[in-house]
Design a protein around this ligand. Structure first.
Ligand code: SIN
Length: 314
């Protein structure tokens, strides 16, 4: 752990946990916004690249240095341990986590369910590597630092492209645009404007599940199966044979599945395998009233529902 501003010991502290991603990515040429390697710049150097925070003391920790497509249960376990450690410190005002955009919504939901913290845990990221002519990482990080320092802020938040999203609602909606995230029907929680938050909605709330069981190294296999034209039960049977303990069905429409896929999932459920139905459509929540005997995940996206089921099974 490195302490970056040791000069003002009485100031509030912000802990920045680095995990990699495009925000710490490097390309061979400044004009290259896609052919880069994620997870190359150390979190200390990212923090050194933004203007000093005159009223905060910053601490950094490198938790991982990966492209977030490779985010793993091992890294989540370590991240959760470190978040729990820093949230237990009375001198920490908030935590910032730098992350890749590709699986950010999964980590955000995971942290929301585990901690639902009364202080801010802010994930931030970038859509352009640090070498880009239009690098968005420094401003995103600066906004996240401002947000994490706000005494009134709480919950798992995502700060990108001047927008603040609730960790339980955020999703990646674009592979290239700088404003690559939204919050579905809920809309953003607010906007960062010159270091201030224009808040539109209340801070995220929730009941924290806590860290019990996360220390286990045998996290269960939960898989997503998607309904689509021609979907059938073969995938369910194949996954069961390979050790799957839970299924999320990414359903069409208002939670529908082909007869064959639904029958296979019902058989799995009757055999004691956990199953949740989530919607594969971009927005909205499944509306109760469906005749399905498979439980609904409501407004959760399939990847969020997978995290939910994983945490239930742990
Ligand atoms: C990643 O998810 O680590 C790479 C893509 C990104 O951060 O935008």
């Amino acid at each position: 752990m490195q302490r970056l501003s040791a000069l003002f010991p009485s100031m509030k502290r912000i802990v920045i946990l680095g995990t990699g991603g495009t925000i710490s990515g490097l390309a061979g040429q400044a004009g290259d916004n896609v052919g880069y390697e994620a997870g190359r710049v150390a979190v200390d150097d990212l923090v050194a690249g933004v203007p000093a925070q005159p009223d905060s003391r910053l601490e950094t920790e490198q938790i991982a240095q990966i492209d977030s497509r490779d985010m793993s249960f091992d890294i989540w376990r370590r991240l959760a341990q470190r978040v729990a450690h820093h949230l237990a410190r009375a001198d920490v005002a908030g935590i910032v986590i730098t992350h890749g955009t590709d699986t950010l919504e999964e980590t955000a939901y995971f942290l929301h369910r585990v901690f639902a913290p009364s202080r801010p845990v802010v994930l931030t990221a970038a859509m352009r590597p640090a070498t880009s002519l239009a690098a968005d990482g420094p401003q995103n990080l600066l906004d996240a630092l401002h947000l994490a320092a706000m005494p009134e802020a709480r919950g798992v938040l995502v700060c990108m492209a001047g927008q603040v999203h609730a960790g339980a609602e955020v999703r990646k909606i674009h592979p290239y645009r700088l404003d690559a995230f939204d919050s579905g029907d809920a809309g953003p929680l607010g906007y960062m404007e010159e270091g201030a938050l224009r808040r539109l909605r209340d801070w995220p709330a929730g009941t924290p599940r806590g860290v019990a069981g996360l220390e286990r190294t045998d996290w269960p296999c939960v898989d997503i199966v998607m309904n689509h034209v021609g979907a059938d039960g073969r995938i369910v049977d194949a996954l069961l044979a390979s050790g799957t303990r839970g299924f999320v069905a990414a359903c069409t429409g208002n939670g529908t599945l082909s007869s064959s896929l639904e029958s296979a999932l019902l058989r799995a459920q009757e055999a004691g395998i956990a199953v949740l139905r989530a919607g594969r459509v971009a927005r909205g929540s499944l509306i109760d009233g469906s005749a399905s005997r498979l439980p609904s995940a409501g407004a959760l996206t399939p990847v969020q529902a997978r995290v939910e089921l994983l945490l239930r099974l742990l």
